[in-house]
Design a protein around this ligand. Structure first.
Ligand SMILES: Nc1nc2c(c(=O)[nH]1)N[C@H]1C(S)=C(S)[C@@H](COP(=O)(O)OP(=O)(O)OC[C@H]3O[C@@H](n4cnc5c(=O)[nH]c(N)nc54)[C@H](O)[C@@H]3O)O[C@H]1N2
Ligand SMILES: Nc1nc2c(c(=O)[nH]1)N[C@H]1C(S)=C(S)[C@@H](COP(=O)(O)OP(=O)(O)OC[C@H]3O[C@@H](n4cnc5c(=O)[nH]c(N)nc54)[C@H](O)[C@@H]3O)O[C@H]1N2
Ligand code: SF4
Ligand SMILES: [Mo]
Length: 909
């Protein structure tokens, strides 16, 4: 029986056995590293281009390898996004690669779950046993016996677990980010600004290569940046964090407005910091919108010609009025559905608006008119009515801000253009996820901050490589769509073909509407990342087989896994990345043990299940069949064919790109294609517009309304659009505010609002076992305002309990004015040091903020988002001090210092 984790206990045993303890104890960490490889006379040194994967930014790296071991990492200045920068997480790549806790070989559980007893098995045995079990249940219970889950940020193959799920005929894949991260913004921007079916659109997020305008300080005229619920200096230190610092350093500088309960490094540089009460962003956005409208600060020309604000709304359908519905056009005409109606002030009558604009018309922005027997208002009128109550004072009262500061912030944004608004993940983490993205869209649209120089909303050309290999939506059938859990209600999940986590978990625990039995999981630590983590033991209990694909064991491995499949660290892995106008490579620098790229693991299982008779898997490996349904995504059979697929349309081979490291596929000049909407569509000879129902940007979102009614534009089965049953209630096409269910306005028992946000030391659950990083941030800080601390008897550096209605955890108080009053900030944390003890569950129960979070509804209608931020807690001193057994002092982490291994051969050819 071998144990997975090399923590202190395991380390002591091993060290005593080999007599190595004294040697290790005497050497300092870096010294030990160098000593092992300092033999200059015999060494062979080479430099390899690659890129970091410790977060999604994929900063370009040059790795130095000596005698087959990676000894140095440095930034490659050739990337326009990272420009030679690397952050602490990236520079920890060597410690992560050679971490003694790596999952080295496939393992199978031999004792009870939670006892950390596993034995080594071969890859052949692992693939065979897993495939046999999956097929046995596929035949007995159908594809829905399988659920797959993945991690979000940082996982390069984001589409691959979804593709695998589809290839095995299962409807359910999920991810703890997803509805709580990125998806609500991506989908909403796609519906309102345009992206349509492909979903690819620029959005106001500064990771993932978004906001490309930021990376060209010599080109962009941007003058003001609003950072709304985002902290670039922490989430992308060498990417957008660095870029924004560079913009600020230009002669003309950069004005910043920061909307964030925490005083971030960016807030420290801002003209205005608005320490908003968590969970109230949409109220503040509506305040901004009202102010911009009332003071006529909006871009009148853009709003008139390129938004749907002047269009009349049909009160019966809630859609934009079509000309033929009121006798102003031919219902049978080709463009019948695309001809909208304005109120022409010249003739004082309703009139159809020809695409894109007719100078003969003078459309009214505001007004309510009798048209064709209906009372129709313009979209702008409905928006103005919706925000009417949101005066500066009301916004200030609800968001716990100062009215004058709000006004000052808006004025910086409106008066000192060109300006842009970056919307971070904060609004994705509340049941108002869609509305937060809508509010941000509307603000940017009103100001005309769309596709002009300096704007963040841009459609620059698509890169030639295949960033993510994609999904197999073309083999999904109607039955799978109908069975996807939570999808009918929350159809926005369709943009990534994902299921709704709370509905999946309910199915697992109740067997309704059916019983999932097997769980394939490919990320770090679900016990630390999923909301209301205390629900997990009951879910794990119900599962018959759980496989964990990861680089090292986490709480999930010990508590849940039956099979552990070792995946590659980024220094072993391969990929191509689009960095604005360049392509960056990630290539294997070394390869240790029997780790395998996850893409190969999925392919092995799919191929075996195809042999065992799974009809979906048979399609997924059949190039001819896939071509017949318009897909080129046949499951590869090995590493080389997968690397070749990543190359997409790049004009060179993988090996050639590997030599180059970076490749400029388009000049910076040609990359900056502004005003895409005004470019002429060859098919029509007219302006292209935007990919929305009206082909204009839509502050009044018909796309959101129709998503709820039909699933369009993302429901497709057998390669065709498929009309889903409507959600129980229409999605609202206009922005609205709801007070959080748990609110300080009404909660006396739990008076403090908890929120979260990134710290620069870790990426989600990863790197918590990297000694240097844990030394820098050993335990979670609970940031609390001095007045709130005093009112709760809390002192600086004291251990405190943080308790919500779901559970309680411990952290260390950091009393600071850098946080809003009556709010605490805490980061997600888990403690790998407990894994190899008699109480492994302490790894996720002691300091994990997700013990506190709330997943029992209210959900966001569009996306099913649950509450990770902006809920109520109480905070009080913990006289017990630190949790027993937690590692806190620098020397505690020594068992995690690098353990060297020689490279191994490829495992699967
Ligand atoms: N309370 C609370 N909960 C949250 C959040 C919060 O702010 N507060 N944030 C949410 C957000 S935004 C997200 S995106 C999720 C993140 O949740 P998860 O993505 O599940 O996070 P991790 O468990 O760290 O697992 C993802 C990690 O997998 C690693 N990985 C990299 N490559 C591979 C690979 O090839 N194979 C495998 N198997 N793994 C790889 C990446 O380094 C990445 O960090 O958490 C969410 N949960
Ligand atoms: N170091 C590091 N970098 C990461 C990650 C990581 O885990 N670690 N994860 C990656 C991933 S997947 C993501 S999604 C991104 C996230 O990157 P960002 O979008 O920057 O997200 P956070 O830092 O989590 O949250 C942004 C800010 O929102 C603030 N905030 C909290 N509650 C509220 C609120 O109610 N309203 C407003 N307006 N602000 C609020 C927090 O204080 C925080 O400063 O980071 C990516 N990069
Ligand atoms: S920001 Fe840091 S962790 Fe992210 S890719 Fe760059 S170096 Fe790696
Ligand atoms: Mo995320």
């Amino acid at each position: 029986m071998s144990q997975l984790n090399m923590s202190r206990r395991g380390f002591m045993k091993a060290a005593a056995a080999t007599g190595a303890l004294a040697a290790l104890g005497s050497a300092t960490a870096p010294g030990r590293f160098r000593e092992a490889h300092a033999d200059e006379t015999t060494s062979e040194t080479k430099k390899v281009y690659t890129s970091c994967q410790a977060c999604i930014c994929s900063c370009a790296v040059i790795a130095t390898v000596r005698d087959g071991r990676v000894i140095r990492l440095e930034g490659n200045p050739e990337s326009p996004i990272s420009r030679g920068g690397l952050c602490a997480k990236g520079l920890s790549g060597i410690q992560a690669l050679y971490n003694p806790c790596r999952n080295k070989y496939p393992m199978k559980r031999v004792g009870a779950r939670g006892t950390n007893s596993f034995e080594r098995i071969s890859w052949e045995q692992a693939i065979e046993e897993i495939s046999q079990k999956l097929m046995q249940d596929f035949n007995k219970y159908g594809g829905e016996s399988l659920v797959t889950s993945t991690g979000g940020g940082g996982n390069p193959h984001f589409g691959s677990p979804c593709r695998f799920t589809q290839a095995l005929g299962s409807p359910n894949v999920f991810e703890p980010g997803c509805a709580q991260c990125f998806l609500p913004r991506m989908a909403t921007f796609s519906l309102m600004y345009g992206g349509g079916k492909s979903g690819t659109t620029s959005m106001a997020d500064s990771k993932y290569g978004g906001c490309a305008e930021l990376y060209f300080p010599d080109v962009t005229p941007i003058q003001t940046l609003v950072m709304w619920g985002t902290t670039t200096s922490y989430h992308a230190p060498s990417g957008s964090g660095r870029a924004i610092a560079e913009l600020r350093a230009r002669e003309q500088g950069l004005n910043l407005v920061v909307v964030d309960p925490r005083f971030t490094p960016d807030a420290a540089m801002a003209e205005v910091w608005l320490p908003i009460r968590p969970g109230t962003d949409v109220a503040l956005q509506m305040t901004w919108i009202r102010y911009i409208i009332e003071n006529e600060l909006y871009d009148k020309d853009f709003c008139m010609k390129w938004t749907n604000l002047p269009y009349l709304i049909n009160p019966e359908t809630k859609k934009m009025l079509r000309a033929h519905e009121v006798g102003l056009g031919d219902a049978d005409a080709d463009d019948a559905d695309d001809t909208f109606v304005v109120w022409d002030e010249k003739t004082n009558a309703a009139a159809p608006m020809p695409w894109p604009w007719d100078d003969a018309l003078e459309p009214a922005f505001f007004g309510t008119y009798e048209v064709g027997g209906m009372t129709c208002s313009t979209a702008f009128t409905l928006l103005r009515e919706r925000v009417d109550e949101w005066t500066l004072q009301k916004g200030a009262d609800v968001c716990c801000l100062d009215a004058e500061q709000i006004e000052k912030a808006i004025r910086v944004y409106t008066d000192k253009g060109p300006s842009g608004l970056i919307l971070g993940v904060a609004t994705d983490m509340s049941p108002q996820a869609a509305q937060g993205a809508e509010g941000a869209c509307i603000i940017e649209f009103l100001m005309g901050n769309v596709e002009r120089p300096g704007a963040l909303l841009q459609r620059f050309p698509d890169p030639p490589n295949k960033v993510d290999l994609g999904t197999l939506n073309s083999i999904v059938d109607e039955g799978m769509l109908e069975k996807r859990l939570g999808y009918r209600e929350h159809k926005g999940l369709g943009i990534w073909s994902h299921a709704h986590i709370p509905t999946v978990f309910k199915a697992i625990t109740t067997g309704e509407p059916y019983q999932p039995r097997n769980w394939m999981e490919r990320s770090g630590n679900k016990h630390a990342m999923i909301g209301n983590a205390s629900q997990l033991p009951a879910i794990v209990d119900k599962m018959e087989m759980i496989c964990h694909l990861y680089m090292y064991p986490t709480a999930f491995t010990i508590e849940a896994a039956d099979y552990v499949l070792p995946t590659q660290e980024w220094l072993e892995s391969y990929f191509t990345i689009a960095h604005a106008n360049k392509i960056i490579i990630r290539q294997p620098v070394v390869h240790l043990y029997e780790t395998v790229n996850e893409g190969i693991i999925w392919a092995q299982i799919v191929r075996r299940c195809a042999e065992l008779g799974n009809p979906y898997a048979q399609k997924a490996i059949d190039a001819d069949y896939l071509a017949s349904v318009g897909s080129d995504l046949v499951y590869w059979d090995g590493q080389q064919s997968m690397m070749d697929m990543h190359m997409g349309k790049l004009p060179m081979t993988w090996d050639e790109l590997a030599e180059m490291g970076t490749y400029e596929w388009i000049s910076s000049e040609d990359y900056h294609t502004y005003y895409t909407y005004k470019s002429i569509d060859a098919a029509t000879g007219k302006e292209k517009g935007f990919n929305t129902p009206s082909k204009k940007v839509e502050p009044y979102s018909e796309g959101i309304l129709m998503l709820g009614r039909t699933g369009e534009p993302w429901a497709s089965a057998n390669g065709n659009s498929y009309t889903m049953q409507p959600a129980d209630e229409d999605y609202d096409p206009l922005v609205y505010y709801l007070e959080p269910e748990e609110s300080p306005l009404t909660d006396d028992e739990f008076p403090i609002t908890l929120t979260e946000g990134r710290i620069p030391h870790y990426h989600h659950g990863t790197l918590r076992n990297v000694p240097y990083l844990r030394e820098l941030y050993p335990v979670p800080l609970v940031s609390i305002h001095p007045e709130t601390a005093a009112a709760n008897g809390v002192e600086d550096e004291q251990w405190v309990w943080v308790e919500s209605r779901r559970g309680k955890i411990r952290g260390k108080a950091c009393v600071t004015t850098g946080i809003a009053r009556d709010v605490v900030h805490m980061e997600r944390f888990w403690n790998p040091e407990y894994l190899d003890t008699d109480t492994p569950s302490k790894a996720w129960t002691e300091m994990n903020v997700n013990v506190l979070t709330k997943t029992d509804g209210r959900f966001n209608p569009e996306f099913g988002t649950y509450t990770l931020r902006g809920f109520q807690v109480k905070v009080y001193p913990a006289p017990e001090g630190a949790p027993e057994g937690a590692w806190i002092n620098p020397t505690d982490f020594e068992p995690w210092m690098p353990e060297f291994s020689d490279p191994t051969e490829v495992v699967f050819k």
